[in-house]
Design a protein around this ligand. Structure first.
Ligand SMILES: [Zn+2]
Length: 280
């Protein structure tokens, strides 16, 4: 299993850039240590995802932790998502012990140990910031998905991430204005948020498609009440992740609608118009 997961590891161009910069400026130990910390952190996510039977398609290493790419056609329970996300930063809790262990070997001195400890804690703290796509930001997204409908949760997570990134950047660049790594990472995150915002319509469509085709019955039930003038788009925008929807149409003498059947009929082209009253 370890070999299978290791074979899926890819190093993101941004990390290559950081590695090259570190090597060229003579910070070889810093670079090697950063790589080991990020790798173990990421394997924490990957093993946990694998444990839950998720399809891990690729593990991408980034300077601040990396991302395990998963099969996006699957929907996972919230508790599994949280545990997979926490499994990365959890590795950074025990990792200092590894460095203590290395002290018994001649290649590992007090200098390496110090670099290891400071890099490990920096990664742990940075990674838990509520900024998407960091683990903290992804956790925030999962919590928002519990509270808000899918589309709203997504937007809120991204907009909050921009605000948090701006606050963090102002603070960080005030203290370290000449840190090239910091500039690279901040630009990368900003671009990742922008890209994700543009992908939202596609993600939303995939969410509806998965919902329409899944055989799963979710334990969570959401009762939606919509006016008879509501468009299908309005109704779908009220759908939550990992939930069954019971739609009541106000002001129309029509039976209540099941959310999954509505999404299924929509994708099969069985909805006559774009209005909820046109259904059935
Ligand atoms: Zn992580």
């Amino acid at each position: 299993m370890t070999r299978l997961l290791l074979s899926k590891i890819r190093i993101h161009p941004i990390f290559w850039l950081v590695i090259a910069a570190g090597t060229l400026t003579g910070h070889l130990w810093e670079t090697v240590i950063a790589f080991v910390i990020v790798l173990i952190h990421e394997l924490g996510h990957a093993f946990t995802a694998h444990w839950f039977g998720w399809e891990v398609t690729e593990i991408e290493l980034l300077p601040f932790g990396g991302v395990a790419k998963l099969d996006e056609h699957e929907e996972h329970p919230f508790h599994e998502e949280c545990l997979v996300l926490i499994a990365g930063p959890l590795q950074n809790i025990w990792l200092p012990l590894l460095s203590y262990g290395f002290l018994a070997f001649p290649f590992w001195g007090a200098a390496q140990h110090q670099i290891f400890l400071s890099q490990n804690s920096a990664l742990l703290l940075f990674n838990l910031l509520p900024i998407w796509p960091l683990d903290g930001g992804r956790l925030m997204h999962v919590f928002l998905e519990v509270v808000y409908p899918f589309k709203q949760a997504y937007k809120r997570a991204l907009y909050f991430s921009i605000a948090a990134l701006l606050a963090f950047s102002t603070l960080a660049l005030w203290h370290y204005p000449f840190s090239a790594n910091l500039w690279i990472i901040i630009s990368f995150i900003l671009f990742a948020i922008y890209k994700e915002r543009r992908l939202l319509p596609l993600r939303f469509l995939r969410f509806l498609l998965t919902l329409s085709s899944t055989k799963k019955r979710y334990a969570r039930l959401k009762n939606l009440s919509v006016p008879k003038e509501a468009s299908l788009t309005d109704v779908f925008s009220m759908f939550y992740k990992n939930a069954e929807h019971h739609i009541h149409i106000r002001g129309a003498k029509k039976p209540d609608i099941d959310g999954k059947s509505l999404a299924d009929a929509y994708f099969k082209g069985q909805c006559k118009g774009n209005n909820i009253s046109d259904y059935q």
